[in-house]
Design a protein around this ligand. Structure first.
Ligand code: SF4
Length: 333
């Protein structure tokens, strides 16, 4: 029996095993907005980088379709408030502005600087006793001038710090999975900056949207000086921050050991509450914690569907033997 894990599982389990346990069984009827935003921005970038010649409108159409889907979800949940609707409408407006700004500045330069070799590439890393980690790389790019190949990870985030913590192991694992064919690749960590503005006191919703959109356009003006040479390396701007990461063999060995340790913890570790700042910001199961109230469960959650890959899934394997791929067995550069 092969058991597959994913990084989103690892992240959730590392944050709080109880949250992970809830997420295996149920999902909120209203998907957290931060999750929807990240997924939609990812779909837009997949289109723009994966389909040469795709237009700005094709990308923003994805955002408007997602907005309609979101509004339908809010309606059908039966528990959405007026604020939920308003917040969603605002977020999708900003998402469209940010994506358009990205297209006009960074994407246009990227298309000149990079050849996209892969978009949404699935990789599998064998761990131990038939357990495997499955991950999706956002992209593999080749520099048109130097020929160097990079792994690309897109993020839609307000804070860089919290990303960099998870980045280490995730990126090391990606590099490890690609090392056999490509050697130790460098990684481009492409962070599209999410807005955290709040509706001001006495500010109308229309004024709020206008204010945020104006600030996004001002960022765009600041980015006008970028060139293909700049986007090929690291840079920081209000709208986009790009970091180029290099992994060492120590990082790769360590990530391999950490992944095995975490897959063991998921399989057989204790389920406990890990209370912290993340409860408020990043846990969609707050209403169930610490004790599951059946009334709240029925009103706000639904059973997790099997189509989602965040849960541990099982499949037939050859012999369930220990993995054959280990860092020390791979060619060193
Ligand atoms: S609210 Fe906090 S402690 Fe409770 S399940 Fe969520 S992350 Fe864990």
């Amino acid at each position: 029996m092969t058991v597959f894990h994913s990084f989103s599982q690892y992240r959730t389990h590392a944050q709080c095993p109880l949250q992970w346990s809830f997420s295996r069984r149920w999902e909120p009827k209203i998907t957290p907005l931060y999750f929807v935003e990240g997924r939609v921005m990812g779909q837009v970038l997949d289109l723009w980088y994966g389909k040469p010649g795709s237009t700005m409108k094709e990308g923003t159409d994805i955002i408007w379709e997602a907005r309609e889907e979101r509004l339908r979800e809010l309606h059908s949940s039966g528990i959405a408030t007026t604020q939920d609707f308003q917040e969603s409408v605002n977020k999708f407006e900003f998402l469209s502005e940010i994506a358009s700004g990205y297209f006009r500045t960074v994407l246009t330069l990227d298309r000149a600087a990079w050849e996209t070799l892969e978009v949404q590439k699935e990789i599998t890393v064998p761990l131990w006793r038939g357990q495997k980690l499955v991950a999706i790389l956002d992209g593999v790019w080749k520099n048109r001038v130097t020929g160097e190949i990079f792994i690309v990870e897109h993020k839609y985030k307000a804070s860089l710090d919290e990303d960099l913590l998870s980045l280490d192991r995730q990126i090391s694992t990606y590099v490890l999975a690609m090392v056999k064919n490509h050697g130790v690749l460098r990684t481009i960590y492409n962070v599209i900056r999410k807005r955290r503005e709040r509706l001001g006191k006495n500010e109308t919703n229309e004024d709020f949207v206008r204010r945020v959109e104006a600030s996004i356009r001002s960022d765009e003006n600041e980015m006008a000086s970028l060139s293909p040479g700049v986007v090929s390396g690291g840079f920081e701007s209000p709208l986009v921050t790009r970091i180029v990461e290099t992994r060492s063999w120590v990082d790769l060995d360590f990530s391999y050991a950490e992944n095995i340790a975490q897959s063991r913890a998921i399989r057989s570790g204790p389920i406990y509450r890990n209370v912290g700042d993340h409860c408020e910001r990043l846990c969609p199961y707050r209403s169930l914690c610490p004790n599951v109230d059946p009334t709240i469960l029925e009103r706000e959650y639904r059973p997790r569907s099997s189509r989602q890959r965040t849960a541990v899934s099982s499949a037939k394997s050859g012999d369930g033997a220990a993995p054959s791929l280990a860092p020390q067995e791979l060619p060193r550069i």
